[in-house]
Design a protein around this ligand. Structure first.
Ligand code: IPM
Ligand code: MN
Length: 368
């Protein structure tokens, strides 16, 4: 099967980890007889340098003409002093909004072999397997532009949501819970925010349509505490944009590193953009030490959610797990241990593991 993939490496380590995704996808293509056609485009600082804006029209068009989008990361100190609307992050927020990618899925899984890499105690993180469903195109991030202001003495950001925007993301939360362990935690700040009170109302209404899902409300401060106290408690968390941003960084520490967390940003028709949860990490750019696994696992999510290639996606997840089980790691997972693999070497290990599985399958067939 032939698929067009828009590839937006972005800035910093985004470029380095994207290499991993493309190489792994090519290995998957060979093994399963697919073709992935990569179409490159610029976003963030890379686009500012070339075209003077963080999200050029051409980049959007490339994405719209593709079957899915892979994105590395954006931002860096070089562009830090630009006005808000010209910052690299604006490119990322713009593309999410323009493509209508309102549902951000961030799975957090504890790998047994990384249990010592987590700053949390092993007995707390064993068996953690949760999904954070974050609203991605509303809330404080996209407050009404005419109301957003800063005159030096007074500053205003507005938190805006329509009921429809809440309904569609809450549906995503319930649907995800239905496919998993049927437990949904809706996170809000209903003791303070009006928006959270409407959010709760919508959750209550929607719950009637999903009688098999056990649903509860949790205040965001309590959820932040529970995530370190007993992370295995959670199955699916559904929450608004900013809460989801903060909680997903917090949850990443369960896996030992932000460098392990993939994400999918979806529209209701299945079109999606796939990016690691981590940023462009300019401090380690060009050093060949970035962890490519979050980006590689993001491409597995692309295969699963946009291309319905479950077996292919699982082959990537399995290869990553096997490489970790074999004791390989990158420096983010090992406090800078000199024995850690570099980015390129980690990518090679994953591909070798994928090809190994292919060869084994061939032998099994020969004997069948
Ligand atoms: C993320 C990032 C972005 C966000 C930034 C870079 C705008 O932190 O994807 O979580 O806040 O959404
Ligand atoms: Mn974030």
């Amino acid at each position: 099967m032939k698929r067009k993939v828009a590839v937006l490496p972005g800035d910093g380590i985004g470029k380095e980890v994207m290499e991993g995704s493309m190489k792994v996808l090519n290995a998957v293509a060979d093994r399963f007889g697919h073709t992935f056609e990569f179409h490159f485009a610029r976003i963030g600082g890379a686009a500012i340098d070339q075209e003077g804006m963080p999200l050029p029209e051409e980049t959007l068009n490339t994405c719209k003409k593709s079957d899915a989008v892979l994105l590395g990361a954006v931002g860096g100190p070089k562009w830090e002093n630009l006005p808000g609307h010209l910052r690299p992050e604006r490119g990322l927020l713009g593309i999410r909004k323009e493509l209508g990618l309102f549902a951000n899925l961030r799975p957090v899984t504890a790998f047994d072999s990384l249990i010592d890499a987590s700053p949390l105690k092993a007995d707390r993180i064993k068996g953690v397997d949760m999904l954070i469903v974050r609203e991605l195109t509303g809330g404080l991030y996209f407050g009404t532009p005419s109301e957003r202001r800063n005159n030096g003495k007074e500053v205003v950001d507005t938190l805006h949501y329509t009921r429809d925007e809440m309904e569609r993301i809450i549906d995503q939360g319930f649907e995800a819970a239905q496919k998993r362990n049927k437990k949904l935690t809706s996170v809000d700040k209903a003791n303070v925010l009006e928006s959270s009170r409407m959010w709760r109302e919508v959750v209550e209404e929607k719950a009637l349509n999903y009688p098999d899902v056990e649903v509860e409300h949790m205040l965001v401060d309590a959820a932040a505490m529970k995530l370190v106290q007993n992370p295995a408690y959670f199955d699916v968390i559904v929450t608004e944009n900013l809460f989801g941003d903060i909680l997903s960084d917090e949850a990443s520490m369960i896996t030992g590193s932000l460098g392990m967390l993939p994400s999918a940003s979806l529209r209701s028709d299945g079109f999606g953009m796939y990016e690691p949860v981590h940023g462009s990490a300019p401090d380690i750019e060009g050093k060949n030490i970035a962890n490519p696994l979050a980006m590689i696992l993001s491409s597995a999510m692309m295969l699963k959610y946009s291309f319905d290639m479950n077996e292919e996606a699982e082959s990537i997840e399995k290869a990553v797990k096997e490489v970790l089980d074999a004791g390989y790691y990158t420096s983010d997972l090992a406090n800078g241990s000199p024995k850690a693999l570099g980015t390129d070497a980690m990518i090679k290990k994953v591909i070798y593991q994928l090809e190994e599985a292919d060869a084994t399958a061939g032998i099994m067939e020969a004997y069948a």
